[in-house]
Design a protein around this ligand. Structure first.
Ligand code: F0G
Length: 366
């Protein structure tokens, strides 16, 4: 299996995967340093769930702190190539942060439609900092996306949601990197699912590498939705999606069909985890691995914990067994993006007078 991993300075995914992306001589080779994110071997959670080869793909290490940058660099480069002056997206936050950054990078105007009451503050701060026109809608993501699509049909504004196929093309490169790093595809991939663009993109990437004989196998794809926003699990749209994981608070995913194809063609599953399970995984990931992810990312780790439990309960079911499997969890976004959720644990701080003796006492050193 060939490996194309390089340790040189980050060249960005447009250059690195030029031959596998819809790039022409006229495409501007934008780069904010996206891609080449770490694949980290678990030190503690793997032991907890009984999996020797558990890895975390740290997509939170992309320039704006989420996986969206991989797709956005392609979408914005193609929009530039086609002469667009402005880009538009609906977003639960990360897409808007990324669109705002890449638009600023190349002098395009960015319009972002976000659900007023359900966007994490850090993401909003990013969009504002990059000078995007932030339109806060009194509605949810699904409504915002409908409006964004209609505007892009009526006006010369490039939509950079994952309904834009260039986004999916860029995001598939994360699958390439995993195969390159492991010298083959993993056995199982755990991934959070919201609008379902990312699960669609990973499957595309794994299939493409398999067909090019750069991987000997394809992984089983295990997608995870939040229980209060689980349309694919329930088999019908959810009118009022609710979850602490605001990034995946989506009731009618645009790439629904892509998610079903990834699930069915890979022999995988798409299941739900409760907010409580998400928050338990969020803490475990931060406290037992040193990985501070946002709640939506923790959803796939919650899924792994749940999967491990069912595997234990139904011992002898080889498809469920993960002990000897190579497993990868996709850590899609950074915990710092959602400070309100993080600071809800502020209660765990200890107030101490600014005196040596008091600090020693608090540390149980005296
Ligand atoms: N994780 C994070 C951190 C996200 O921001 C998203 C989606 C997902 C997972 C789910 O990915 O939609 O491709 O299934 N965020 C979008 C946004 C909806 O607007 O930023 P998906």
């Amino acid at each position: 299996m060939s490996s194309t991993v390089s340790n040189s300075a980050r060249e960005g995914i447009l250059r690195r995967y030029r031959d596998r992306l819809p790039i022409t001589d006229a495409t501007p080779m934008l780069c904010l340093g996206e891609g080449e994110t770490p694949l980290v071997l678990s030190r503690r959670l793997g032991e907890r769930v009984g999996c020797r080869r558990l890895y975390f793909k740290l997509e939170m290490c992309n320039p704006t702190g989420s996986f969206k940058d991989r797709g956005m660099v392609v979408a914005v480069a193609k929009a530039m190539e086609e002469g667009a002056r402005a880009v538009l997206c609906a977003s639960t936050g990360n897409t808007s942060a990324s669109a705002a950054a890449y638009a600023a990078h190349c002098g395009l105007e960015a319009f972002v439609l976000v659900p007023r009451d359900n966007i994490a503050r850090g993401k909003l701060a990013q969009a504002v900092a990059h000078g995007a026109r932030v339109l806060a809608l009194q509605g949810n993501f699904d409504t915002a996306l409908e409006i964004a699509r209609e505007i892009s049909r009526r006006h010369p504004v490039a939509i950079v949601n994952s309904v834009n196929p260039n986004r999916i093309q860029g995001q598939k490169t994360a699958a390439f990197e995993i195969v390159d790093a492991l010298a083959d595809a993993p056995d199982i991939l755990f991934i959070p699912v919201g609008n379902a663009g990312n699960i669609t993109a990973y499957w595309l990437g794994f299939v493409e590498y398999y067909q090019a004989e750069l991987a000997a196998r394809k992984p089983r794809i295990m997608g995870w939705q939040a229980a209060g926003a689980a349309p694919i699990v329930r088999g019908e749209p959810v009118e009022q999606p609710e979850t602490v994981a605001s990034a995946i608070r989506i009731g009618n995913p645009a790439s629904w069909k892509g998610a079903l194809a990834a699930r069915d063609e890979s022999g995988g599953a798409i299941e739900a985890v409760t907010d409580e399970e998400i928050m338990d995984a969020y803490r475990l990931l931060a406290q037992e691995e040193g990985i501070f992810a946002e709640p939506a990312s923790a959803a796939c780790v919650a899924g792994l914990l749940k999967h491990a439990l069912s595997a234990k309960q139904s011992k002898g079911t080889p498809e469920l067994d993960i002990a000897d499997k190579t497993v990868v969890c996709i850590i899609t976004g950074h915990g710092l993006k959602d400070p309100e959720t993080a600071l809800a644990i502020e209660a765990e701080m200890t107030d101490v007078p600014a005196e040596l003796a008091a600090v020693e006492r608090a540390m149980a050193l005296t």
